[in-house]
Each structure stands twice: as structure tokens, then as C-alpha cells.
Design a binder for this molecule. Structure first.
Ligand SMILES: [Zn+2]
Length: 729
């Protein structure tokens, strides 16, 4: 699994997702969300390079079946065993609804957090495992069964541990030689460009993306990047914990270089130089909060102007090497970064550049190499940064890598066996009901004027909807996948993706494309497409259950749908119009009122303190929080409509709970989760989503509907005072 896929990422720069991908690192543009953060680690937070344990030779421990994570088979839609009724709903609804599960559950050692999303992802992984194993055994003919052959050989090469161990870093020899052979600064440009064609994010990111102000066209994008740690703040913060982490990073880089054959002393010196170079890039990078402003990230310029901005970096050489004959105008997301990068480019000695490039190559490829590299990669990116205790078994890492590199080939095989057509029809019905609820809500908003309401309704009516899997599957026929070595299959797959991405530049947008693979347990809204997308993977319990009553489904997938719809109208999404253009369609007065109301969201969440002294970043998380609050509220309104049509259901209590109570219990069930402190710390810095307990208690404490459903007195912890309550959508 490669660490950087800038190319893919950029094209989904603005998509907003339901849940930050973590553990099983899925699909490309789920990287979306991290996109908005600056692309250091596009699709993949570093954590998920999931590598093996420090046991080289034969079958490492993790391979021998690690204890299966505890997942209950066929639990009831609302599992009362998961509740902790010693906690009152008005005091802490998250603990009331999920506390029983939280008390009895241990986070499995190979995870940094564990909850409903992970349980379902694990279930999907088992399905994908079976598909991949079968494919590997089938010896399929590439002509008659191309997907089966590619999935089978890719997976098989990743499972061929003997060859992987025997070859160690040898498959990268040609690439390493290229780097060694760089003789001058022009050579550095060419080599960085070359690594970009393998999705390796050295120095900065470049790729295609929709033109924010002409959303029917795809243009070139240049974005800040080039770091080895998850965020610029890791390089710039001066507290003791951050300093310690930087020391650990230097140790890690040095170890990786040693594994490439460098003597220990030289490796340490090199690691320090790498940190120094990356620190310069980090200092010139915008923070994640700054990156939330799409207007600031829109700086379209001609090639001539771009060349003037970075006089020493020869773009013509760069474009030639990535085989981009007509780059057209380029959206330079962070001009100040590129200005500073130009200075760094000239001031950094040639040898340091070579060291830096070696590091980024090995860092990106580590998880496809031998166990020594895999486990060192795990030690820093998973154990140190996220507190994960144990590496995932090989099969799981390779399945995830297959999903990453051949997502729509594997996905095609997956939906054929695992996605019932009824799920699509039922999901569509739910989406339409949620749309109606949002439309009702917009019409009656007290703070928005009529002209702005008309535009908002136009935008809602234009929402595109994708469910399950793409109508048009990706054509992988030009990608060669063979029996190995594994890392070369991965490199070719990354190269295929980078080329596919670059070929879109200058062309009209292909509206059939998907930004997540079908098995992904997630969903997204893409503002430049103005569409909401729900992969097959999430249309299963506990999110969606064909056998459950409406209350459960509206509280689960209904709230997810509402969340994605609200993204079209959160602090970022609202800046795009019905056709996906970054255009201000708001009256000044309505915009001012929106901003005032969204400030209440920032204030509310900034009060939350998940770890002593560490608060939720209210600015960074505001879009997701607005979507969480709006999503559950809209789903509730849609449930009321459904119950109006079914009066018998309205009267029916199950396990002693009314439909309204079951709705909120179901909502809390989807956020059932436990997390290691290290992971929590990392996410408080980088994740635009709030921690799980606040994704439940935050929105519900704003909702009168919740207060009513559980008969909660004013002044309770789960009821915010009326003057502080958030009420936007
Ligand atoms: Zn979201």
C-alpha cells in the first residue's frame, strides 16, 4: 500500500466524508478529507501502512491467526446488551447507549480504535479475503476474466512471503540507482517528477482536479506537501511531546535508511537533514484550519506566472517528465508554499535532495517489502503515532492493499456476491425522504431570506446520488499485474493511477467516476460534483438493516444520508452552487446569519476536552459537526413523515422503547467506539471529525427532539441551554 496518492487525492480535494478512514486504510479519495488538509498523506494516513512484526524469516506471529476481534454474529438491530442503564440518558447518552459494550470490549491489539465501523469493515475484509483467495487459486486467463486475474495475481504476489523476504529491497534497485545518478538540480526536478508518477508525494503534490470555478472542466492542481509525518504541526510545535516525537521520527528514518544499507552514523546524519528539509516545507505550509477556505486555495495561474513564482524550479522539465504535454492553467493551492519551496529547492545541497528522495521512495514502498522494513514502518506509523499494539496479519494487509490499488476490480467481484439489489432501492427511498425533509426545512428556515432559499432549494434539487457501485467500471486493461515481486505490482498500479489522473487534465469532467471503492464502509459529499455517494460497504447493519423497523434505519443510515446532504450546506459546502461552482449565492444578510450560527458550533465543540488539557479543535471540525447536527435532525424529521404514514408503528414499543427512542439509540450505535490515547491525540491534531462520543452527545444536546423523546428536564448535561443551542439546518 503506497503512502501517497497525491494524484488521486487532488481530484477529490474537496470531498467531505462521513468518517476519517483509519484502521483498514481504504480507497483513494477517501483521502478526500485529508485532501482538504494539505495532502501530506492523501488517501492514507501513515498509520495504515499496516506492516508486520519484527519476526523476519518464516511465518511471523501475526500471521498465525491472531484472535479474531470480538464481533457478535447477527445481533438484534438495537442490542440492549450494549447499553449501560446505570447511566441516565440525560447525563451521557453515549455511555447510556454504548456503555455496556464499552465496558466489556477491549480494543483488539491490531487496532488503534475499534467500533461499529471497524466491525463492519472486518466483516467486509473477510468477504474480500475469500474473493481474493479464490481469485489467486483460479489462475484466471487475463483475456476472459481480467479482474479475476489481476486481483488473484496481485493478492498472490503479496502473500508470497518467501519471495518478498528473499528479495528484500532488490526490486527497488533500478529506482535507487536513478536517484544515485542524479547529477544536478535539473536531475532533482526530473526525479521528483518521476516519483510523482508513482504516486509518491515528494516535495509537493500535483494532479488533476475539477476547476472550482468552472466545475465542468478538469485542470492541473499544485498543492503543498512533501512531509513524512502526518501534518505540518508535527514539525512546528515546540512542546515536549512534539519534540520527543521528532526525535523518534529521526530514529525511525535512520533505521529505515540503515535497512537500505547505509552505515548507522551516516543514516543518522541523513535522517537529521531530512527532518530539516521537511521542517522548511512544513513551516511554509498552511494549517489544516487555513486549508478549509476554498477561496484561499483557488489561485489559478498561467504556466508563465507559475514559472515566475518559482524561478528556479523548471516546470517545463517537470511536465515533460510526468508526460503532461498540455498542463493548461494551473490552480496553485498555496502560492506561498511554492515560493518558499523554490528557495528550499535551491538552498538544499544536491546530496541532501538525494537522501530525501531515497527516504520518500522507501517510505512509500515499505509495506510491500520484507518484514524488517514492514515492521519498522509499523513501529513508527502505527505503534508510536497511534498506539497500535500488533501488526495485522498478512492476508489482511494484502487485501487492503488490493482494495487500494485495484479497488474497482476487487469491488466488481465483491458486489456481484454481496450487494443485493433491494439494498439499492431501499437506500434510494431513504435518500428521497431525507431530501424532502431538508427541502421542508429550508423553506421554513427563520434566518434565511427568500432569494437565498430559492438558490438553496435549487442546489438540493440538483444533488446527484450514487449508491452501491459505479455504473461504469474502471478499465484496468492497460495495467500489467503479474505474479510479482509484490512491490512492483504496487508501483505499476500507482503509476497506472497517476497516469489515469493526469490524462483527465484539460478534459470535461467524467461524472460517472467514484471516489470510494464499493466495499468501503463510508460515504461522501463532493461539492464540485454536488453529489452524495454511498458505497455498497456501508449499506449493511448496523447502518442499514432491511429487516429492521424505520426508526433503526433512519437513526442509522438516515443520519448518514442527512450528514452527507448537510455537507452541501456546511461552512465549506455552502460556498459551492448547484452546478458545483465555487460561487457566492448567498445574500449578505443570510451569509452573516449562517456565520453567526456556525460560530455557536465552534464554541460548543471547543468546550469538549477528551484528554486532560486537549480540546477538540472547534474550527477544524466545524464542517463535520454542522453535518452531524443537521444530519440527525433531518433524519428525525424524515422518520416522522414515515411514521405519519404508518400510525401502527408510531404506537409500537420494542424492548420498551418508542420509535423516537429507538431512533436515537440506533444513532448512538453507529458511533459505538473505543480509541487508544495516542490515536486520539493524533486525530485531535489532524481529523476534521470530532471523537465518537461527541458525535453522539454534541448533536443530541442541541436537539429538542431528543430532549422530548427521553423526557429530559432542562438543565441536564445532555441539554444545552436555549441561548447556546445550535440551530442551523
Ligand atoms: Zn462528513
Amino acid at each position: 500500500m503506497f503512502k501517497s496518492a497525491f494524484f488521486v487525492l487532488v481530484s477529490f480535494f474537496c470531498a467531505l466524508i462521513l468518517h476519517a478512514q483509519s484502521e483498514p486504510q481504504k480507497s483513494p479519495p477517501s483521502g478526500t478529507s485529508s485532501a482538504a488538509q494539505g495532502l501530506q498523506k492523501p488517501g492514507k494516513p501513515p498509520t495504515d501502512q499496516a506492516p508486520p512484526p519484527p519476526v523476519p524469516e518464516t511465518s511471523p506471529q501475526a500471521e498465525t491467526e491472531t484472535a479474531k476481534p470480538p464481533i457478535e454474529k447477527n445481533p438484534p438491530p438495537i442490542n440492549t446488551n450494549d447499553m449501560d442503564t446505570s447511566v441516565k440518558p440525560q447525563d451521557d447518552f453515549f455511555m447510556y447507549a454504548d456503555g455496556g459494550w464499552i465496558k466489556r470490549t477491549e480494543i483488539p491489539p491490531e487496532f488503534s480504535r475499534w467500533g461499529s465501523f471497524n466491525e463492519l469493515i472486518e466483516k467486509n475484509n473477510d468477504a474480500l479475503h475469500e474473493i481474493a483467495e479464490k481469485a489467486a487459486k483460479s489462475q484466471a486467463d487475463p483475456k476472459t476474466a481480467p479482474e479475476l486475474q489481476k486481483v488473484g495475481d496481485y493478492y498472490g504476489s503479496g502473500m508470497d512471503e518467501k519471495t518478498i523476504e528473499a528479495m528484500r529491497t532488490k526490486p527497488l534497485d533500478d529506482e535507487l540507482k536513478r536517484i544515485d545518478g542524479v547529477k544536478d538540480r535539473q536531475g532533482v526536478v526530473k526525479e521528483i517528477a518521476h516519483l510523482h508518477t508513482f504516486g509518491i508525494g515528494a516535495f509537493f503534490g500535483f494532479g488533476s482536479g475539477q476547476d472550482d470555478k468552472n466545475s465542468s472542466m478538469v485542470i492541473s492542481n499544485a498543492v503543498q506537501g512533501g512531509l513524512g509525518m502526518p501534518d505540518r504541526d508535527y514539525y512546528t510545535k515546540t512542546d515536549d511531546a512534539s519534540k520527543k516525537l521528532r526525535d523518534q521520527y529521526v530514529d525511525h528514518v535512520a533505521k529505515m535508511l540503515t535497512l537500505l544499507g547505509e552505515p548507522a552514523t551516516a543514516a543518522r546524519e541523513h535522517a537529521q537533514k531530512i527532518l530539516a528539509l521537511e521542517t522548511k516545507l512544513a513551516e511554509a505550509s498552511r494549517t489544516r484550519v487555513e486549508l478549509r477556505d476554498p477561496q484561499k486555495n483557488y489561485n489559478k495561474m498561467s504556466q508563465t506566472d507559475l514559472q515566475t513564482l518559482t524561478p528556479d524550479w523548471k516546470w517545463a522539465d517537470y511536465f515533460k517528465e510526468i508526460n503532461l504535454t498540455e498542463p493548461g492553467d494551473i490552480n496553485v493551492h498555496q502560492p506561498d508554499f511554492f515560493k518558499a519551496a523554490n528557495a528550499t529547492f535551491t538552498s538544499t545541497p544536491l546530496d541532501d535532495w538525494k537522501t530525501y528522495l531515497r527516504w520518500h521512495l522507501i517510505n512509500a514502498a515499505a509495506s510491500e517489502l520484507s518484514n524488517d522494513l514492514v515492521s519498522e514502518n509499523f513501529n513508527f506509523n502505527d505503534a508510536t503515532l497511534r498506539g497500535t499494539k500488533q501488526i495485522k496479519p498478512r492476508w489482511k494487509r494484502v487485501v487492503l492493499s488490493t482494495d487500494q490499488e485495484l479497488g474497482e476490480a476487487l469491488g466488481k467481484l465483491y458486489v456481484a456476491d454481496y450487494f443485493p439489489p433491494e439494498a439499492k432501492a431501499r437506500a434510494l427511498e431513504l435518500i428521497n425522504n431525507l431530501k424532502e425533509a431538508l427541502s421542508d426545512r429550508i423553506k421554513t428556515l427563520e434566518w434565511m431570506d427568500d432569494a437565498t432559499k430559492q438558490e438553496a432549494l435549487k442546489k438540493l434539487a440538483a444533488f446527484g446520488v450514487k449508491i452501491g457501485y459505479p455504473d461504469k467500471w474502471r478499465d484496468y486493461s492497460l495495467l500489467k499485474i503479474d505474479k510479482g515481486p509484490f512491490v512492483l505490482n504496487a508501483l505499476r498500479a500507482e503509476n497506472f493511477e497517476a497516469n489515469r489522473d493526469l490524462k483527465k487534465i484539460g478534459k470535461p469532467v467524467d461524472r460517472t467516476e467514484w471516489g470510494m471503492t464499493p466495499p468501503t464502509v463510508n460515504a461522501y459529499y463532493n461539492p464540485t460534483m454536488n453529489e452524495i455517494v454511498f458505497p455498497a460497504g456501508i449499506l449493511q447493519p448496523p447502518f442499514f438493516n432491511a429487516k429492521a423497523d424505520d426508526a433503526v434505519n433512519y437513526g442509522g443510515i438516515g443520519a448518514v444520508i442527512g450528514h452527507e446532504m448537510t455537507h452541501g450546506f456546511d461552512d465549506q459546502g455552502r460556498q459551492y452552487d448547484a452546478t458545483g461552482n465555487l460561487r457566492d449565492w448567498w445574500s449578505a444578510e443570510s451569509a452573516a446569519k449562517f456565520t453567526e450560527r456556525s460560530k455557536a458550533v465552534v464554541t460548543q465543540y471547543a468546550e469538549y476536552e477528551p484528554l486532560p488539557g486537549l480540546h477538540v479543535n472547534g474550527e477544524l471540525t466545524q464542517g463535520e459537526n454542522i453535518a452531524d447536527i443537521g444530519g440527525v435532525k433531518l433524519a428525525y424529521a424524515a422518520l416522522q413523515k414515515a411514521l405519519d404514514k404508518n400510525p401502527a408503528a408510531r404506537q409500537q414499543k420494542i424492548d420498551g422503547f418508542t420509535p423516537e427512542q429507538r431512533f436515537f439509540l440506533s444513532f448512538a450505535t453507529i458511533w459505538k467506539s473505543k480509541q487508544r490515547d495516542e490515536d486520539l491525540k493524533l486525530r485531535l491534531n489532524t481529523d476534521p471529525h470530532s471523537p465518537a462520543q461527541y458525535r453522539v452527545n454534541g448533536p443530541l444536546s442541541d436537539l429538542t427532539e431528543f430532549q422530548k423523546a427521553f423526557n429530559i428536564p432542562d438543565g441536564s448535561p445532555m441539554v444545552r441551554s436555549k441561548d447556546k443551542r445550535v440551530n442551523i439546518w
